[in-house]
Ligand binder design. Structure first.
Ligand code: ADP
Ligand code: MG
Length: 369
């Protein structure tokens, strides 16, 4: 086994994203006017893109970045989520001496820092948390620092949003505050990222964000980028143990398309087994994943919905029976399907899921014969 200097025989690749990085850069160089929703299927590279972007921007200008990963934060809470937890997401009491987390050399995983006095008053309802946030933005503005607030993995709030009217109102209030900070007072850049386009759409509709937000889709890689990567494994992934031919690369593209996480997964497997074997097992795995999802009491209904995707790539919200919406919602939540909030379209989470769905029907047809 040949190793590179870091001691790994395979490294994390970062391919392309020129267009996406340029978009974000333009956006941050304009005075804040709207909320930005970054959406795209699971593992389409949203978080990685944001990190890369922040790393680049930090070298160029003075930013104050508050990056909240809700999945990470929310899973820290146990039991019922309440107003106190909500405050804990956004505020960090400085005199508790908690240590600051860092994303990269300079990017703080920032919260709004407050002292324990303010915290107490907020909990008693004597101080409005949104006012505290606004004051912080104003302070930064005065110092010539651009505030950037990023909320990643918004879907982590899905549960509390759906289950509790009070929490829902709180979240809607939060979004109204974001609108005030962007569209109305132009104080801060606010980016919301999520792989659950359905939930984004719900929040967007409930909070009436039509004229105050912008959507940007982060999708899997294009074919030309995948080819560039796979034909230059040493350059992008530091892999020296094997190379791939054009034909091999085409085969991988056919199964997983531009899904980077899955490409990385296949590249790892290739240390141990030949390509055809790896891909055969991969397809089998994807079929099993669909079987695992489908086999339950609602099987017939789920099959009816998924069967549409046997010959087609997608279907629109108008095509579905309103009574099936709940099931589709669940398929999106479980990352079987993706819902694109700008096109109101459902489609498989990625190419490999589409293979899984087709194989499911082929095999069940065979069994039915
Ligand atoms: N531009 C890229 N090139 C190669 N791999 C990438 C790229 N962006 C992301 N990845 C990989 O894809 C996986 C998912 O990325 P992530 O940013 O977590 O997706 P998301 O936040 O959209 O769910 C990670 O393993 C990451 O290393
Ligand atoms: Mg992410």
């Amino acid at each position: 086994m040949i190793k590179d200097k870091s001691g790994y025989r395979k490294d994390v690749a970062f391919i392309d994203r020129e267009k996406e990085l340029a978009f974000l850069k333009d956006w941050i160089n304009e005075r804040p006017e709207s909320l930005l929703f970054l959406h795209g299927p699971k593992s389409s590279g949203k978080t990685t893109l944001l990190y890369k972007f922040l790393e680049q921007m930090e070298k160029e200008q003075e930013l104050d970045i508050k990056f909240l990963n809700l999945r990470k934060i929310y899973t820290d809470f146990s039991g019922d989520f309440d107003f106190k937890d909500f405050l804990n997401i956004f505020f960090n009491v400085e005199d508790k001496g908690e240590k600051k987390e860092k994303l990269s050399a300079g990017i703080n995983v920032g919260f709004f820092k407050i002292d324990s006095e303010i915290e107490k008053k907020m909990q008693q309802g004597k101080v409005d948390p949104f006012k505290v946030m606004e004051r912080e933005f104003l302070r930064l503005k005065k110092e010539g620092i651009k505030p950037v607030l990023i909320i990643d993995e918004l879907q982590a709030l899905d549960n509390i949003y759906m289950n509790n009217g009070r929490d829902r109102r709180l979240i809607i209030e939060l979004f109204n505050f974001f609108v005030a900070m962007t569209k109305e007072s132009h104080l801060a850049h606010i980016i919301i990222a999520s792989s659950d386009g359905y939930f984004i759409n719900t929040v967007y509709t409930d909070s009436r964000l039509k004229k105050s937000s912008k959507f940007f889709k982060v999708n899997y890689l294009l074919k030309e980028d995948v080819m560039e990567w796979l034909l230059n494994l040493e350059k992008y992934s530091k892999i020296k143990d094997y190379t791939l031919t054009g034909e091999d690369a085409e085969k991988i593209w056919d199964i997983v398309g531009g899904s980077m996480w899955e490409i990385q997964d296949i590249l790892s497997d290739l240390f141990r087994a030949p390509l055809d074997e790896v891909l055969r097992l991969y397809k089998k795995k994807m079929r099993n994943l669909i079987v695992d999802y489908v086999v339950r009491p609602e099987q017939k209904k789920i099959e009816k919905l998924l069967r549409r995707l046997k010959e087609r790539d997608e279907f629109s919200k108008e095509e579905i029976d309103p009574e099936d919406e709940g099931l589709l919602r669940d398929m999106v939540r479980q990352n079987i399907l993706y819902f694109d909030p700008t096109e109101a379209m459902y489609y498989p989470q990625g190419k490999s899921y589409h293979h899984g769905i087709r194989l499911y029907f082929e095999k069940s047809l065979e069994r039915g014969k």
